[in-house]
Structure formats: C-alpha cells, structure tokens
Design a protein around this ligand. Structure first.
Ligand code: UFG
Length: 310
C-alpha cells in the first residue's frame, strides 16, 4: 500500500498506528517487531500478496512471502507467548463449487492459482500448528470480494498500476484514468451471462476482524481453530455492478464485452450463517452505499492529484 494510509487511519481513529517498514518473510524483521511489542495480545495478519494474475507470473515470490510469512508469524507468536491470531483467508479455497452458496464445510478444491494455493496451504499450516500447540487460537476469515472504502474517504483501495479488480477498474475508468472497462465474458451460465461474485463492504469486513479478536480474547471460541465465511450471502453479476455504479455515481461507464479472463470461475457466493450465528457478525452496508464509497474515494484521490504542487 502507501505510507499515507497512516494519515488516513489517524484522521479516522485519532490514533497513529506504530509502523515498521519490515518484511514479513524475513524472520529477523519479525523478531524485531515481536521483541519490541511483547505486550501484544493478538495478531491480525494482512501482510500477504493478493493478486491472482501476478501469482501466476511470479509463483515463487508468492510462496516466499505468503508461506514464509505465516510460518514466521506463527513461530514468533509461539516464542513470545502471543496466543491469538486472525488470518486473512479467501473464498478462492472453494474454487468453482458445485453447490452454491458455499458453507465452511464445502469441499476445498485444488487451487487454481499460486495465490489461491498459498491461502490453502496457510490454512493447513495453521491447522497443523494449532493441533500441536493447545495455547494457540486462530480464526481464519474467508473473504469473498471486498470492495468500497471508508465513508470518510480518508482510506480506500490503492491499486499499484493497472487494477486487476473490478471496482477500482470501474472507478478509474469513470474518472478518466482508463479508457474503458472490459467485461470479461457474457456467455457464463448466469441470468445475464456475466460472472457472479459476493461483494462485501470493506468496513463490514473490518468489523469481522474486531469481533474475531474479541471472541479470542474473551475465550469464546469453540475450538482453537475456527473458520468463517465473510460475504453478504448474495451473488451479484458484473453487469449488475456496472448498473449500480452508473446509478449511484450518475456517470455513464464506457465498457465493452470481451472474452473470459483465464482462471475466472463462473459464480460463487457465501452462506454466511456461521458468521451470523456464531461470530455475531452481519454484513450491514448496502451494495449501493458500498459502491458509492468507492466512487467518493476515487474522486478524493483525483482531487489530491489535481491539488498537488508540481
Ligand atoms: N472483471 C471484469 N473486468 C475487470 C476486472 C474484473 O469483468 O476489469 C470481472 C471478473 O472477471 C470477475 C469479477 O469481475 O468475474 C470480479 O473480479 P475481481 O478481479 O474483482 O475479483 P476475483 O473474483 O477475480 O478475485 C477476488 C480477489 C482474490 C480472490 C478471489 C477469490 O481479488 O484475491 O476473489 O475468488 F482470491
């Protein structure tokens, strides 16, 4: 991401997070961070790479960062007696499920990308480690498709280079940074032919982490490794997203239908009853407000660029 995110967090929360420029895959770096924060009660691990396409190009970079990263974190937690971890997993572990919506018990399929494989392997590493260490408690959150920004427009997505993901591509097209959106395929077996995902508001997703930490600290977890789907429970097609964007922004979006993107699945959405009933979490924000927040954020970024001195 970008160092300016710290300013945004400080504006929203009134607190400036302690920051280390460190590499999660370098154990010496993690040793320093953990040694200097021995009073930490829980870890939330966000320091993984997450671009599917890039992982196909650079698999070793993904395995090095994502796998060595989780190993370093778990071993530093053990060495420092920190017992609670919230791990960012992904619905990618389900691949193209036969039955929809997917529950946490749906089959874990062979990963379609090195990125997906790092999430699958990380979950296995965690599962094996908690079996051998009864003090350790972990919650893995299987994110569906996170979108949107904080409503203050102080923090939001900051894709580096050309965005891979749908929402930042849409907002960058509407603001004039990209010529047009390619809609990857309209010949899927879905009502309008475009692919379906479960788009979850990023602040709702953040709240699932807060609840997970509370659950761990209050020792309410039923087993020492728990997994939750974090989505809305509702599938939305690419064309539906385009339409909602046009409605909430008042902008006409330039798009064309192109061929399918290799590696894309046709459709997925979550059964979120476990998160609803056990974690006490519900997706609250509407798709309209979420897409609006992404648009407000894009406009804010554009205004910062315009006002920047040469
Ligand atoms: N899409 C387009 N045009 C674009 C970008 C995306 O039509 O320019 C479509 C995709 O084909 C897909 C949908 O929009 O149907 C969503 O695509 P994203 O790239 O935004 O998200 P993905 O579902 O491919 O990937 C996301 C996360 C991954 C995660 C994966 C699990 O980015 O980290 O979900 O399914 F692994």
């Amino acid at each position: 991401s970008d160092i300016t995110v710290l300013d945004g967090i400080e504006k929203i929360t009134g607190e400036r997070p302690v920051f280390y420029k460190a590499d999660v895959s370098v154990n010496a770096d993690m040793e320093k961070v953990f040694n200097e924060n021995k009073d930490a009660v829980a870890i939330v691990h966000f320091a993984a790479f997450k671009a599917v396409g890039e992982s196909v190009q650079k698999p070793l970079m993904y395995y090095q960062n994502n796998i060595q990263g989780i190993i370093n974190i778990l071993s530093q937690m053990q060495q420092n007696g920190i017992n609670n971890l919230v791990f960012s997993s992904s619905c990618t572990v389900y691949g193209q499920a036969e039955l929809l919506p997917v529950t946490e018990n749906s089959p874990i399929l062979k990963a379609e990308s090195p990125y997906g494989n790092t999430k699958k392997i990380s979950e296995e590493i965690i599962s094996d480690t908690v079996k051998s260490d009864k003090n350790l408690n972990v919650v893995s959150l299987r994110y569906f498709n996170p979108i949107g920004a904080h409503t203050s427009a102080e923090i939001g997505e900051l894709p580096i280079g050309i965005p891979n993901n749908l929402l930042p591509f849409i907002t960058q097209t509407a603001i004039g940074m990209r010529e047009k959106l390619s809609v990857f395929g309209d010949d899927y077996n879905t009502p309008d032919g475009t692919a379906i995902r479960d788009y979850i508001n990023v602040v709702d997703l953040a709240k699932a982490h807060v609840l997970s930490i509370q659950r761990l600290l209050e020792k309410k977890n039923l087993t020492n490794y728990e997994v939750f789907n974090i989505g809305t429970g509702k599938g939305t097609s690419v064309m539906e997203i385009v339409k909602v964007f046009e409605t909430v922004s008042g902008e006409k979006l330039n798009y064309e239908i192109t061929k399918r993107r290799p590696g894309d699945i046709e459709q997925i959405w979550a059964d979120t009853s476990k998160a609803n009933d056990i974690l006490g979490w519900n997706a609250q924000e509407s798709l309209e407000n979420t897409i609006k927040s992404a648009w407000e954020w894009e406009k804010k970024l554009a205004s910062l660029k315009t006002n920047k001195p040469d």
